[in-house]
Design a binder for this molecule. Structure first.
Ligand code: COA
Length: 173
């Protein structure tokens, strides 16, 4: 049976142009794409779940077949709950490949019917990560080339918290 619905999971702390590139590619491939924002307590996100969802909704507003939701727990359970069969992930570099294959194989063990589909993130965005964006923003770097305008604004609003993180990190060394 052809697959109609795909789930693109991530922490999106914050969403970058690289993520948006993957979302746009996925939206062309599937009739319905659910961008699933992970609660992800392990990563202690800078942005709250609500903030991450707000930014994701804003940057995907113009893509008709994309919807944004949150999930906690196992990603495969969430995909099953939606009646989906596909997890979409973007691969930027060779380093991503190893960890992504590991995750895909683990997910397949948990849910053999769920397939992970990879798309190549565009070359211009291939070095961006949310961590790099947070670090550059904390050091007053100009990040507007790498993230959507709403994220630039939200990072500015978080400037104090971001700087605090960098200072705390520096003291720890
Ligand atoms: N462009 C820019 N950055 C990208 C990107 C792209 N196309 N693709 C990934 N990234 C970045 C992310 O922003 C993140 O950066 P950061 O670590 O600096 O914040 C990094 O690459 C990848 O992080 P990672 O944690 O591997 O993935 P993720 O945040 O995108 O999402 C989940 C991971 C949520 C999908 C995964 O942890 C999950 O499924 N959790 C649910 C629990 C579960 O089912 N576990 C079992 C899995 S086997």
């Amino acid at each position: 049976m052809p697959t109609k619905l795909a789930v693109y999971p991530g922490t999106f702390d914050p969403v970058t142009n690289g993520h948006v590139d993957v979302i746009r590619r996925g939206a062309v491939m599937f009739s319905e794409l659910v961008v699933a924002c992970a609660v992800n307590i392990q990563k202690e996100p800078l942005f709250s779940l609500e903030e991450r969802l707000e930014m994701l909704k804003e940057v995907t507003r113009d893509i008709k077949n994309v919807r944004v939701e949150s999930f906690s727990g196992m990603v495969v359970d969430y995909v099953r709950k939606l009646g989906g069969r596909v997890i979409l992930r973007g691969i930027r570099t060779f380093a991503d490949f190893e960890s992504e294959v590991q995750m895909a194989l683990a997910n397949r063990t948990f849910a053999p019917e769920v397939e992970t589909v990879f798309v190549c993130a565009s070359l211009e965005e291939s070095f961006i990560s949310s961590r790099l964006i947070r670090e550059a923003a904390a050091l007053d770097g100009d990040v507007k080339r790498f993230v959507p305008p709403i994220v630039v604004q939200r990072l500015k609003a978080k400037a104090k918290a971001l700087k605090g993180q960098v200072v705390a990190h520096g003291k720890g060394k």
